[in-house]
Design a binder for this molecule. Sequence first.
Ligand SMILES: [Zn+2]
Length: 324
Amino acid sequence: MKKIIGVIFTTFLMFSINQAFCWGFYAHGKINYYAVFLLPPEMMILYKPNISFLEEHATDPDKRRYAVPDEGPRHYIDIDYYGTYPYTLLPRNWKEAVEKYSEDSLLLHGIVPWHVQKMLYRLTDAFVKKDFAMIMKNSAEIGHYIADAHVPLHASSNHNGQLTNQKGIHGFWESRVPELIAEKEFDFFIGKANYINNPGNFIWARVLESAYAADSVLLIERELTQDFADDKKYAFEERNGLVIKQYSSAFTIAYNKKVDNMVEKRMRQSIYAIASFWYTAWVNAGQPDLKSLANKKMTDEESLQFEQLNQSWKTGSRMIGREE
Ligand SMILES: [Zn+2]
């Protein structure tokens, strides 16, 4: 018995840790991976051979949350802090927003739509310099922030249902649903990337969609909970070879149906947005020829930096700032 409790306890800890990541490691990786297939051949020549890197490093910004205090606010915006939809009180322009609310206050409530634009600038610069490592790093990371901006609970102060007694819904929506259903049912083949004329408008529009959907994400979970006894809502099921307590498969499938495949739709939109941002950066950099970079590898020094991030994540006991 003691042994079983031990196993449950450790796995419960693992479950809690897993829940702390935006979109979950699984979905972030998939989103970056599928974005590659939307690119034109001139970019595919570089992105396809590096597709595993883009998939694997999609979660680096989350790992950095264990080491860098400034990292947290880049992943969300509690937009409901700024009044009611469509939150016109909040200037979309960073400088104007700082003048009105102060930088400290903006950081406190999250800055994802602005950070995506900063990352676009960095990626464009990497293309101008034809810097292989920086193109890869910034491509992987902008993918992360764009995907986060598509998650409804990343645009709500009730980000983990903590204000409505629905703790755990964050990880449920962005990890449990896709991990259970994506492989079998989701369709990630989506046309092609487009040039984005106004990246600021584009990302703000996605954030507003997220904010608008946050209420249904929460409401539908509450409604469905009334149809499920506690022992039917949660179950001890296998995950990565371990038996853990989590939202039951039946509850997860019913929820996905009731939100009308919202998770799949947001994943598809994320994929499209990421490929389009990558493409836009490349066009804005003057469409540099990427052939000469196609066979490049990271230098030892560059690889070491990625490894150090991984180590600080593995040894860091807690996320700095707010946890999901
Ligand atoms: Zn994140």
